[in-house]
Every structure is written in C-alpha cells, then in structure tokens.
Write a protein that binds this ligand. Structure first.
Ligand SMILES: CC(C)(COP(=O)(O)OP(=O)(O)OC[C@H]1O[C@@H](n2cnc3c(N)ncnc32)[C@H](O)[C@@H]1OP(=O)(O)O)[C@@H](O)C(=O)NCCC(=O)NCCS
Length: 182
C-alpha cells in the first residue's frame, strides 16, 4: 500500500532485526513521549508488525497480537489487538498512520474474529471503521473476573467484520489479564 512515498511492510515480531526493533522502540517513544523500551519484553513473538517506510526509514508503526475476548461471558472471540501505533513527530497528518492502520485492519479482517485497541484518540480510528465499546470492561485473572477500565481518558475500540457475530458493543467484554490490561 502507498501513501505518497510510503510503503507499508508486514513482518512478524520474531523476524525483526535488532536494528528494526530499536527503530520501533525509538519511534514509539518519540511519538508517545513515553519510554517504550520494554515493548518487546511484553509482546508475544508471533506479533504482526506493520512498518510504514519512506526510503527504508521507519516513519509509522502498529503491531497486532492475538488476544482472547469473551463477550457476555459466553461468546469467545479471537481478537487481533493493536498496540504501539505511532507516526514520527514532524511527519504526522500526512496519512501515514492511516495507511499503516488500514493495512492492519485488512490483516485483522482476514485473520481474526474482531479487532481491538485502546486509545485516547478515538476520532483517528473512527474514521477507519473502528467503534467504541460501550459495555462493561473486565479482565480475566486467576482470581476471576475483575473490572478493568483502560488507563486515563482512553477508550476501548473494536473493528468488526463479516467474521464477527452480531454485537451491540454494549455487552460485557473481558480479555485475559496483562499489565495495563487494555
Ligand atoms: C495518532 C497517530 C498515530 C496518527 O498518525 P498520523 O500519521 O498523523 O495519521 P494520519 O496523518 O493518517 O491522520 C491523522 C490526522 O491527519 C489528517 N490528515 C491526514 N492526511 C492529511 C493531510 N494531507 N493534511 C491534513 N491532514 C491530514 C487525518 O484526517 C487525521 O485526522 P483525524 O485524526 O482528525 O481523523 C500519530 O498522531 C501519533 O503517533 N500520535 C502520538 C501517539 C498516539 O497518540 N498514538 C495513537 C493513540 S493509541
């Protein structure tokens, strides 16, 4: 996919070189103004990265990993969960983030029942077809189900497809626990 000179490449976490990993951590840290140094410690090895490249230089990124959603305690869904969405500061508002997320969305629609993410910027994703989950959010822990709101002002959004069963998005949604949950 192209947006100007942008090329979006897909690559598994386990296939990334050390140089690529450093570039992803640096990009995410710069865009979010937050240390992403532990990103690859938390990510499963079979994550699918989407690299937005201009002349081989990483300018935008997102990663999709498998998580297990359960709706209303009875409908299991394989979710393609998106993390580490970032475009290089100074190169934002040129369509690069959208191009990366469109490719990620195609991947989700092909390989998963539903897409998921949490964000403080729902308008960016709404334009790309993502919708806010309005129901109760929970984490599945060893102790059972625990309420789990996303951090700060973040909201949870989902991307549905023909593989997704009918949902109102007002149901209870749980996910397996991880640090930060969403
Ligand atoms: C969110 C983020 C990934 C978006 O990346 P981006 O490359 O700027 O994304 P795009 O350029 O595709 O779209 C961003 C906005 O610019 C607009 N835009 C796109 N091309 C444009 C152009 N040529 N001229 C003017 N505006 C343009 C889009 O309509 C979009 O507007 P919207 O957010 O109101 O819908 C980026 O801003 C970022 O890294 N932010 C910091 C970290 C963050 O917040 N991450 C996501 C939250 S989880």
């Amino acid at each position: 996919m192209n947006a100007g000179h942008l090329v979006v490449e897909s690559i598994l976490t386990e296939a990334l070189t050390a140089v690529q990993r450093t570039a992803i951590v640096d990009l995410c840290s710069a865009a979010h103004d937050e240390d992403f140094g532990l990103l690859f410690f938390f990510l499963p090895h079979d994550g699918q990265h989407f690299l937005g490249l201009i002349d081989g230089v990483l300018v935008a990124h997102a990663v999709c990993t498998l998580r297990h959603f359960v709706v209303d305690g009875r409908i299991p869904l394989r979710a393609g969960y998106i993390d580490a969405v970032a475009t290089m500061p100074g190169l934002q508002r040129r369509g690069y983030g959208s191009a990366v997320m469109r490719t990620a969305g195609e991947h989700i629609r092909t390989h998963y029942d539903i897409g998921g993410l949490s964000t403080s910027r729902p308008s960016f994703y709404r334009r790309l077809g993502w919708r806010r989950w309005r129901g109760f959010l929970a984490a599945r822990t060893e102790q059972g189900l625990e309420p789990a709101a996303p951090r700060g002002e973040d909201v949870v959004m989902v991307l549905t497809s023909t593989s997704t069963p009918p949902l109102t998005l007002g149901e209870q949604l749980s996910v397996e626990w991880r640090p930060g949950v969403w």
